[in-house]
Each structure stands twice: as structure tokens, then as C-alpha cells.
Design a protein around this ligand. Sequence first.
Ligand SMILES: *Cc1c(COP(=O)(O)O)cnc(C)c1O
Length: 346
Amino acid sequence: MTALHVDLAALTANLDRVRSTVAPAELMLVVKDDAYGHGLEPVVRTAAAAGVRWFGAFDVRTGAAVRAVLGDGPRIFAWIAASRDDLDAAIAADLDLGIGDAGLLEELVDAARAAHATVRVHLKIDTGLHRNGVRPEAWPAFVRRAAQLQTDGIIDVVGVWSHIAEASNAEDDDARAVFERALGEAGAAGIHPSVRHLAASAASFVRPEFRYDMVRVGAFCYGIRSAGGPSAEASGLRPIARWDAAVTGVAEDGVQVAVGALHGLPSALEGARVGSPAGARRLTAIGDTHSVVETWPGAAACDTVTIFGAGARGEGSSTDLAELIGTIGEEIAVRVSPQVPRIYEG
Ligand SMILES: *Cc1c(COP(=O)(O)O)cnc(C)c1O
């Protein structure tokens, strides 16, 4: 049948591998976009059972969903709060909040006072990506204000952080220099965060000096390698998801399967390699709800074709597919429609 099979034992193995690689830095497992399309609840339950203590939620709604699944204990970081409602919801769910805007910090003061809460915050410096974050020239005043609010008991500044492109070493080095300066200025203002975090998947593996106290890793935990990055084998990680498509018709000129563009298979992937019982075959056509694959001897209606996976049937990984159309592996994974059932194994 057509399904996204998610191997939770493989997730646990990847988490162990990532954690041993980055130790003594802590792992924050990033679970945005429904855990990169794998399903939030089973992923966070498995990770918590494996000992993961930090979760990266992106938005407050996702953070609150993680809290509802796991209860008290784990630290849950959300860094996209856009409104007072978001701030109130974040405080109610006891989230750690990423704050990268002086105006939002003042709104948080109101929200914290109203809730009689001390809110854990991670201050964000813009190190060059220009995706929120306080600009370096505004940073000294920002951290002085945060220090005063900490003295007043309104916030607890537990973190200083930023996000980097991980596209070139030189750019990342420049970003890290800005980050170092920001840490120094925070210290001068009396802020000494216990968690400094900068790296995502790629830098956390290959650039130890980017790990600081914690790394925020999504893709690698799901076994999605970075585009152009080291192979899965080289990094010791394997894809935890396998997308199978049911055969719905067999003809001489091709086998029809029950996935198409409406299920999240980009139509630009015509010609891509997929897996079959007889090994690698080409996708020759992608329609809205069905697609066509090169046939194989003995093809039958009870067979399946594997769109992406760990390679056991000749298929490529989600990153192999992504590279054909100039995107990244997680884009392919998160596009798999919620209509495709998720089946959990392991
Ligand atoms: C998505 C995201 C990550 C995780 O990136 P990966 O490359 O998937 O490991 C880390 N930090 C932030 C701010 C993100 O948005």
C-alpha cells in the first residue's frame, strides 16, 4: 500500500550517533514542520525515551503541542512568536522563547507581568542571515535592557543564539566572529547564558568550534543529509523514512503507481530513480494522483515502488531527489502530503 514508513529504531540510532558526535554539547532536536513530515508525536516520544532533553519547535503552536505530548520536564524552544497571543501561549506552555527584536522584548515584559511569570529567553543576534535577530549595532543596548529585566525578575536569560547559512565556511566564520563579539558584549552587560547555540546539522558535524553548549539539529536526526554533504554512510546516519507507492496498474510501457503531484511528489522529478522489487527504475511520468515507472519482469498489482528511502530497493534518498531539482532533502520530506498514511515501525 501507499504509505510513509517511519523507522523509529533508526531515529533512536541517529539520535545516539548525533549526540555522541557533538558531545559534550547538548542536542536540541528540531521538530518544526510536523517533525520534517515524519509526525510530531511519535518522533518526540521516541526522542524523549532516548534521553533527548531539548526540542526546537519553531513556532509556539508546535511548542505547545510538544508540551502536551511530553508533559513537564523537557525544555522546548520556540523562536517565532509574532503576537501577544503567541507570547501568552508560550508562557502557559512553559516554553523557552527566542527573542530577536527589542519591541517584542517589551511586549514580553507585559505578558510576563500579566502571568506573574519569569520567562526563560534566548536572545538572538543577527549574524548575517537577516532572518530576525538583533542587528550588531543595536545589540549592546538590547542586552543592557535584557540584563535589567533579568534583575527585575521578569526574564531569565538562559541563552544567546543565532542561525547561520552553512553554505560556505568563510561566511560561517564571519558569522561566528559576530556571534563571539555579541557574547562578549552580553557578558559586559552582566548576561552569562548557560546555553550558547549557533550550529544546525552540517556545522554541528564538521565544525566542532560551532557547537558551543548546544546544537539545533533537524535534518541529520531524520537521516536527511545536507545537499552536497557527506554521504549517509560517511556520517553514520540513515534515512528513517521510506515512501512506498502502491502499484495500481501494469502495462507494457510502464507500471502505474498511486502517488502524484497532489501527494507532494514534485512533477519536476520525472526521470528520477526510484526503487522496485527488481531494483532501480525511472519515474517516466508524474501526474496529479498517479505516476508511471519503468516496468520490471513480473510486475504485479500487489507490488510497491519506493519513491525515496535508504536504498534497499535501488531508490535514492530524499536528498538525492532534492538535488535533481535544486532544493534540499527536507523540502522533499516535508512535502509528503498528510493524506499519505504514516506507518511507524521499530
Ligand atoms: C530548521 C532549523 C534548524 C535545523 O536545521 P537542520 O539543517 O535541519 O539541522 C536549526 N535552527 C533553526 C533556527 C532552524 O530554523
